[in-house]
Design a protein around this ligand. Structure first.
Ligand code: SF4
Length: 514
């Protein structure tokens, strides 16, 4: 099959027989028609459309050496730094089409994470996970499956490790192992796009010790499986989607997040990639989080473009687009947006080949990218609010515009510059409201792929503070132990690079130094 169309994807998720999906307390059978979920399904669909649209297909189609066919990039394993950069570019482009998170990148990053981690395990002598993963990858690529990635656990009491929790299922865990597979229980929280997916790739959310080995589990499972329950979260203004309008909710695209509960769910053994392998969990978390943090440089920059465009148009509608302070604020929005993108591209082009053919992002720059994204979207939104004016919070509804008794009055009092109508003004205000103040640009930007503190922890792990201090001491004329090498950046090796080096050494030793 190779590359599917958006319609083929919709057809495949229409009928669900086993999984239970709940929205606002009611069970949903068809996610493609449910008014709450349909906009999210359409945003997910845009990733399939990207492989067919003229403007994106060169970025979205890529050759897979695993199945010797073109595949959709969202199921591709990165083969070069240019591949990593193409991901960021594609994400920016798709954001222009949907103005929302399109949800498929978590599964994409989970695939690439498992590719690296199972390769490193193989180099350490544990070959079975890699063999199973490659078979799974081929199926995903051949069928062009829609994957959700599930990492964040419910977590219970944050100060306690998984095995110390009063609720033993606060983190997803193995409850039983049979010769055919494993049974798992627990819950994954805030899982992006899960109700619109065909498969869930589950990863551990934190580094585990030996006492947490039952929680050190990674596997894939069809979303439509007995025992899986998905409870979809609410969002600001979500009830507008149930009104049946065409302006106020911009009912075309949104993302959704869900709580995914595994109630003693069976996972067949060929889909279990980590089973009590706690020794690899810290690297797995590091690899995945850096991949997803790099991606934000693309999708959030794309949303920045939408907001810049909306801000500029609203300024034009009232005739202030040439005012110096407005131009200055729009330039600031551009600077903030392009900085996020530049960081994502840098994290890609400075990517690291941690094992032959395994291209990981640059961990420092990926973390910097995401940290910018925890700050800049709120600043961009602040500027947009400033330019758009109070109407962003006070605009009448589309139903007022459609009421024959008042629509002429609104046409008269909401119009600014000739050539734009009151409806134009309301439409653009609603777009700005939904994108700039929505979950994808505000909350996801802060907490998706790890909250700000998680990136700061990585900064202190990766930055070689002692080296910088010795550099400064030397310049100050103090006694200094600085040793200059060809390496430019004062960065330490990540846990993943250390593991890869160990693996390399053991391979060299095993092959007699060749
Ligand atoms: Fe993709 Fe961005 Fe959404 Fe993450 S937040 S799934 S990178 S669109």
């Amino acid at each position: 099959m190779g590359i599917r169309t958006g319609q083929e994807y919709l057809d495949s998720i229409k009928v669900r027989n086993k999984v239970e999906i709940y929205v606002m307390g009611k069970e949903v059978k068809d996610v493609t028609t449910n008014p709450f979920l349909k906009p999210s399904v359409l945003a997910f669909k845009a990733t399939f459309d990207s492989a067919w649209d003229e403007d994106t297909k060169d970025l979205a189609r890529v050759w897979s050496p695993f199945i010797n066919e073109e595949v959709n990039r969202f199921n591709h394993i990165h083969r070069s730094p240019e591949d990593l950069a193409a991901k960021v570019k594609l994400l920016r482009k798709i954001s222009h089409k949907v103005g929302a998170c399109f949800q498929r990148c978590v599964g994409y990053d989970a695939l690439n994470t498992l590719y690296i981690i199972t390769e490193l395990m193989a180099q350490h002598g544990k070959t079975e996970p890699k063999e199973k993963f490659i078979e799974y990858l081929k199926t995903v690529q051949k069928k062009d499956l829609a994957l959700a990635g599930a990492m964040t656990d419910a977590k219970g009491v944050r100060t306690l490790k998984p095995h110390e929790q009063p609720n033993k299922n606060a983190y997803v865990r193995i409850t039983e192992v049979t010769k055919d597979g494993i049974y798992v229980s627990g819950a994954k929280a805030n899982i992006t796009g899960v109700a619109a997916s065909e498969e869930i790739v589950v990863l551990p959310t934190r580094a585990m010790g030996p006492e947490d080995q039952d929680y050190a589990v990674a596997f894939s499972i069809p979303t439509d499986t007995e025992g899986i329950k998905i409870i979809v979260g609410r969002q600001l203004n979500d009830a507008r989607r149930l009104e049946g309008g065409e302006i106020d909710a911009l009912p075309y695209f949104y993302n959704h997040e869900g709580l995914v509960i595994f109630d003693n769910v069976f996972v067949s053994m060929e889909r279990v990639f980590l089973m009590r392998d706690w020794q690899y969990t810290s690297q797995l978390v590091e690899i995945f989080s850096a991949y997803h943090r790099q991606g934000y440089g693309g999708c959030k920059a794309g949303l920045g473009d939408v907001i810049i465009g909306a801000t500029y148009n609203l300024a034009k509608q009232i005739g202030v687009e040439k005012a110096p302070h407005v131009q200055d604020k729009i330039n600031e929005e551009i600077f903030l947006t392009e900085t996020m993108y530049a960081a994502g591209i840098a994290a890609s082009l400075n990517g690291i080949e941690v094992c032959p053919g395994c291209w990981w992002v640059n961990p420092m720059q990926a973390n910097v990218t995401k940290h910018l994204v925890t700050k800049f979207p709120s600043q961009i939104t602040q500027l947009a609010i400033d330019i758009a004016g109070g109407i962003l919070g006070t605009a009448p509804s589309e139903w007022d515009l459609k009421n024959p008794k008042i629509k002429e009055l609104l046409a008269k009092y909401l119009q600014g510059v000739e050539g734009y109508t009151a409806e134009d003004r309301i439409r653009m205000v609603r777009l700005l409201e939904n994108v700039a103040l929505g979950v994808a640009f505000q909350i996801e930007s802060v907490h998706g792929a790890g909250s700000p503190a998680a990136q700061r922890i990585m900064f202190s792990r990766l930055y070689n503070l002692s080296y910088a201090e010795e550099v400064a001491k030397r310049l100050a004329g103090m006694k200094s132990n600085v040793k200059f090498t060809k390496k430019v950046e004062p960065w330490r090796e990540s846990e993943t690079e250390k593991l890869a080096k160990e693996a390399e050494k053991s391979t060299v030793t095993a092959s007699g130094g060749k």
